[in-house]
Design a protein around this ligand. Sequence first.
Ligand SMILES: *[C@@H]1O[C@H](CO)[C@@H](O)[C@H](O)[C@H]1NC(C)=O
Ligand SMILES: *[C@@H]1O[C@H](CO)[C@@H](O)[C@H](O)[C@H]1NC(C)=O
Length: 166
Amino acid sequence: MGTTTSFRSFHFIIWVLFVAFSIFHPIVSANQLSIVIGQSTSLLVSPSLAVENSPGLKPGTKVVCERVDIRGLSRLHDLKKFAHSVKVKVLQNSSSLRRPNVEVCFHRNASLGVGMCPHGRWEKVSKGSWFKSMSPFDHKILDIRMARSSLETVVVAIEEGKIFQE
Ligand SMILES: *[C@@H]1O[C@H](CO)[C@@H](O)[C@H](O)[C@H]1NC(C)=O
Ligand SMILES: *[C@@H]1O[C@H](CO)[C@@H](O)[C@H](O)[C@H]1NC(C)=O
């Protein structure tokens, strides 16, 4: 009897762990935001990773950052169907009166910490929007930073308007 009970509770624990893992795992992977060219087109991003000493800022400035992976197509994809560039956009939708300062760094160095792009690589999202073109076959990284007090949600989108051209 005792053996059966502990056997059952063992199974119960495994079951609980399994359920917990299934519930929490998507949250964990959701931390790595990504846009896959040809599959997804936009993402709402609320930077939440607190970063200190992000390059180029006054010492002691605290910012919140977020990283979005922009994953291109493999070259094995139907080459002819895709245009040779995709536009990556960052849009602020807050009103122009109190638009927080948002900066982005568009790079491909995966070993750089989030928000640690060198000084001079950061670009301002001016007048509420920023965009850059990239090859649909590239894999790029978009780091976003803003003052910790801003708490703004930005939209990261890719424009594939001309991507499907026969
Ligand atoms: C920004 O856009 C999101 C999603 O479209 C919306 O929920 C939010 O209210 C917008 N914020 C402002 C300030 O317009
Ligand atoms: C990528 O970032 C790492 C860490 O900062 C740095 O050591 C390395 O030189 C960078 N690589 C390139 C190609 O910039």
